[in-house]
Design a protein around this ligand. Structure first.
Ligand SMILES: CCCCCCCCCCCCCC(=O)SCCNC(=O)CCNC(=O)[C@H](O)C(C)(C)COP(=O)(O)OP(=O)(O)OC[C@H]1O[C@@H](n2cnc3c(N)ncnc32)[C@H](O)[C@@H]1OP(=O)(O)O
Length: 493
């Protein structure tokens, strides 16, 4: 790759990732020592959240994840999760004692200074408290240059999926001041791992105030949310993290597609490669101003039945998926009533369908929007970041997934669809577009000029052992698995 799209924040945390270091082996080696002193966890999770690492070209530049011995996972060794290298002979729950009557009715004891708090995110002031906690503490920003611009609409979308429960938006407050200092969330989900379907939750937004780190508050939050989920007779969970924990069912790699290369360069996300001019870089990432798929239009509520049918059939090709009811799919692809009324440029989730001349929905794609606020920059106040979400197409769906002709057709179709997604994203002010190596994404990443990132995202199942699920890249060579692709069909926020 001749371009480096780098996370500015990430670079501050890891000097070796800078363009100068990339061009200079010695500098890279020296700074590797510095990197060892840095907190790996925050760097890795920063990547998860920012999803904007360099388009590193060498293996050496990718984030290395090494497991600790199991005995050192003081908390995780006590939990029903698979150990590293544990041989799985049969897929299924690890602890089968699923008896709600045995679940403690009272919350776990917490230090007297603190108290548990069910966050009421329907209340504007509590929503703002959550926003502030995550804004200040979810991402490690060493010099306060960038912050996630979470908004009410984002939380409404992410935390209020059908069946959501207030007691699963779990906070910790300082008893005296009532200040919110930690949070974890669960939302209901139905998961499918190969042939098995089961009720579960998705866990997200685990966050502890920076001044309360390394005090074992995270394990307490996890145990308490587990108790609350168990009380609802749910015994499995799916979660993702850049942090390596025992033990991922899959790992996917990030990829990033600059949409507004000049701005990314000006704010320090992209660097001008040696021997290239700005004009050449701008030309390289130029996109048409209009979309090319005939029949492309915004998805509406009247499309839900057709999209649900297409999506459900399409998702069967993957081994790890979430099953959605029509109500869930409406929420995830269209948002609530208020969100549906908004123009694309104000939306959190943008979904388009392709309708053919017979009025049949043949394809859809979606992306969500989570911008950054740019601090201390006289020119730019924010950075638009779009994330590829779900998609499906009829193309090739009548043939087996790995059929050569079906693959070729699918590749071409996805290139057209996702290139339209890029055009739309750029049209509403996105500066960069992120995707994982999950789903069938590796078929189009390179041709659509996504650069492979340094970041890796691990997928975990709680209380469920399963054979590994392909993440779309080869863990040895770090190359995309163009033939096998990924079997991960879930997209986590
Ligand atoms: C059935 C229902 C089940 C429901 C629950 C399913 C499980 C859900 C699991 C949660 C899924 C979350 C998904 C997301 O949201 S991933 C996003 C995580 N959040 C961030 O990265 C934001 C910034 N960081 C922080 O706020 C803190 O550093 C966190 C809160 C991450 C840790 O706080 P702190 O730094 O103050 O540490 P501690 O002293 O309290 O605790 C140390 C212990 O915590 C283990 N640790 C560290 N990072 C993570 C991590 N990302 N997932 C799980 N465990 C993690 C660590 O290995 C150690 O355990 P062990 O090594 O001794 O064993």
């Amino acid at each position: 790759m001749d371009v480096q799209v780098k996370a500015h924040l990430f670079n501050r945390a890891q000097p070796k990732r800078g363009p100068i270091a990339m061009a200079n082996n010695k500098a890279t080696k020296n700074s590797k020592k510095e990197e060892e002193k840095l907190p790996k966890k925050s760097i890795a999770d920063l990547l998860k959240q920012l999803a904007l690492a360099t388009s590193a070209s060498s293996e050496d530049d990718t984030e290395e994840q090494k497991p600790k011995p199991m005995s050192e996972y003081k908390f995780w060794k006590t939990q029903p999760v698979t150990k590293f290298n544990e041989a799985v002979s049969e897929e299924g729950p690890i602890d089968r004692r699923e008896d709600v009557s045995r679940v403690p009715k009272e919350p776990y004891a917490i230090l007297d200074l603190f108290e548990w708090s069910d966050l009421d995110i329907e209340d504007d002031s509590e929503m703002s408290e959550l926003y502030e906690l995550l804004y200040e503490h979810y991402v490690e920003d060493h010099d306060s240059t960038f912050r996630f611009a979470y908004g009410k609409a984002f939380f409404n979308w992410a935390l209020k999926t059908p069946g959501w429960k207030k007691q699963w938006h779990l906070g910790v407050r300082v008893k005296k001041t009532k200040k919110l200092v930690a949070f974890i969330s669960a939302v209901p989900a139905t998961l499918r791992v190969r042939g098995n379907t089961f009720k579960a939750v998705e866990i997200n937004f685990l966050c502890v105030h920076k001044q309360l780190r390394n005090k074992r508050l995270a394990p307490l939050l996890i145990k308490e949310i587990t108790r609350r989920v168990h009380l609802e007779n749910v015994w499995q969970a799916l979660y993702t993290s850049g942090t390596l924990l025992p033990s991922p069912i899959s790992t996917c790699r990030y990829a990033h597609r600059p949409l507004n290369w000049e701005k990314l360069c000006d704010v320090g996300f992209s660097a001008l490669p040696l021997g290239k001019t700005r004009a050449q870089m701008v030309a390289k990432y130029a996109l048409p101003s209009i979309t090319k798929c005939t029949g492309l239009r915004r998805m509406e509520v009247r499309d839900v039945d057709a999209v649900h049918s297409l999506f459900t059939r399409f998702q069967k090709r993957y081994q790890l998926t979430q099953l959605f009811t029509k109500e869930e799919l409406t929420h995830l692809l269209l948002g609530d009533d208020e969100e549906q009324e908004k123009p694309d440029g104000e939306k959190v989730i943008v979904t388009y369908v392709v309708e053919n001349t017979e009025k049949k929905i043949t394809d859809f794609f979606s992306f969500y929007v989570l911008p950054f606020t740019v601090l201390n920059n006289s020119v730019y106040k924010s950075l638009g970041v779009g994330y590829l979400y779900y998609y499906a197409t009829e193309t090739g769906l009548d043939k087996p997934r790995y059929d050569a002709q079906a693959t070729n057709e699918l590749k071409k179709r996805l290139e057209n669809l996702i290139s339209d997604a890029l055009v739309l994203a750029k049209g509403i002010g996105m500066d960069v577009f992120n995707a994982m190596t999950s789903q069938d994404n590796v078929l189009f990443l390179e041709d659509l000029k996504f650069g492979p990132g340094d970041g890796f995202l691990n997928y975990y199942l709680f209380n469920y052992k399963a054979f590994p699920v392909g993440g779309g890249f080869d863990s040895q060579t770090r190359e995309y698995e163009l033939e096998k692709r990924s079997d991960v069909g879930v997209v986590m926020l």
